[in-house]
Design a protein around this ligand. Structure first.
Ligand SMILES: *Cc1c(COP(=O)(O)O)cnc(C)c1O
Length: 402
């Protein structure tokens, strides 16, 4: 786009700026006029989904055990290469379980990007622990390893085998890295920084089913990883999550913790820990199985859509996020990044896109500005704030290219 006129930004007249119209026209071209109103992300189901749900109901095994549950876990393990998979009722429940299984305790701190869905920090708070917000990299939108290293050097030190925040005196037990919108973060560098400090790295790969770092699937590299199967994710079980685990013992503990701590027995009720009712229901797993079978098709469609967004804005003052070098993204949600000059037009753009029946969304309000997390420790979050002002999520449903 050659005719960028950033000075329009300060004028009310910018609502009719040709830049805004130009951007919106490109978006409508990509999604297709016939698809308006266009949702941000709508799932599609094969006939098998209905068939599996009916089969589950007929069997009576609708709740937290059954064949589809086992099959769903096997499908996710097979696809991701994770040695063990434990299906949960939500991705949030999976994250909470991972933190508990990693030994996060009350009054620990857990590092988390401020640019993520609120569930990441909520899972930390459920443990009685404190989110400690770190900034992200502008290109990947994931944890920035260089700035993390520099920050950890200034904020803490090893005391008796634990990394402590010198300001708060609290132990920094874990870090949750988020593969934002399905784009992998600089995971090996972040992992190395954590390992040197006995900080456990958990992967919030909630958005990243079908995203790869080389030949390793997201969520299989850290101590544990989490995938979400919520209704708006790449594959859905209506609601659901999965914990990806390498270690067999830990997988056993995860099953126990998410199944009310019941000690297996043919008929006796005996529970040996305070645990959770976090298992996925067989009925949800039935939907999940159908979606896992369709996943390769969804990923191809999302990739084709992303390529079309890229082409539509090539050489213009708006950029479309793309997969980092050496990685393969699932392109769960395409995201448009405005130039700094266009940033003041963000809200106008969003409103105009909505008026044109394009369901777009800004990124999440950074978590350090939510009332319950406003006093959490944090580093300088300049990039998070920059991304908040310049990123708009675009319609990304697989049906647009199926
Ligand atoms: C969706 C999501 C979650 C939570 O998953 P639910 O299944 O909705 O509980 C956690 N973290 C991130 C980054 C997510 O996008």
């Amino acid at each position: 786009m050659q005719n960028v006129t950033p000075h329009h930004a300060s004028m009310t007249a910018s609502a009719t700026s040709p830049d805004v119209d130009w951007i919106i026209d490109r978006l409508v071209e990509v999604v297709g006029v016939q698809n308006l109103p266009c949702p941000l992300h709508r799932p599609v189901f094969s006939p098998s989904a209905q068939a599996y749900v009916q089969e589950t109901m007929a069997s009576g095994w609708v709740a937290t055990s059954g064949n589809f549950l086992n099959r769903f876990e096997a499908l996710v393990a097979d696809f991701t290469g994770a040695p063990h998979v434990v299906a949960t009722s939500t991705g949030t429940a999976a994250l909470h379980s991972c933190l508990l299984l990693s030994g996060v305790e009350r009054d620990d701190e857990v590092l988390s990007p401020a640019l993520t869905f609120v569930a990441t920090a909520n899972a930390i708070a459920y443990c009685g622990a404190h989110p400690h917000f770190v900034d992200v990299d502008r290109a990947t939108m994931g944890v920035d390893p260089e700035r993390l290293e520099e920050y950890l050097r200034s904020v803490g030190r090893m005391v008796d085998g634990h990394f402590r925040n010198l300001k708060t005196g609290r132990r920094i037990r874990a870090l949750i890295g988020v593969h934002t919108f399905g784009h992998p973060y600089a995971i090996d560098a972040v992992q190395e920084i954590c390992q040197r400090r006995q900080i456990i790295m958990i992967e919030d790969a909630a958005q990243a089913l079908g995203s790869w770092i080389g030949d390793r699937h997201s969520g299989t590299i850290g101590h544990m990883g989490v995938i979400s199967f919520n209704g708006n994710k790449t594959a859905t079980a209506a609601g659901g999550g999965a914990i990806l685990i390498r270690d067999a013992d830990l997988a056993q503990k995860a099953r126990h913790l998410t199944s009310t701590g019941k000690v297996p027995h043919p008929w006796n009720y005996f529970h040996d820990i305070v645990a959770y009712n976090y298992r996925m229901a067989n009925l949800n797993a039935a939907v999940g199985c159908s979606q896992m079978e369709d996943l390769p098709k969804f990923l191809r469609a999302k990739r084709a859509l992303a390529a079309d967004y890229q082409a539509a804005f090539a050489g213009s003052s708006v950029a479309i996020f793309h997969e980092p070098a050496g990685c393969r993204s699932n392109y769960w949600l395409n995201a448009l990044q405005l130039s700094a000059e266009l940033a003041p037009l963000r809200d106008i753009l969003i409103q105009r896109m909505l008026d044109r029946q394009l369901q777009v969304r800004p990124v999440w309000t950074p978590l350090h500005r939510l009332p319950m997390y406003i006093n959490c420790p944090r580093m300088n979050l300049a990039t998070t704030e920059y991304l908040e002002q310049t990123v708009i999520n675009l319609p990304s449903s697989p049906f647009l290219r199926l």
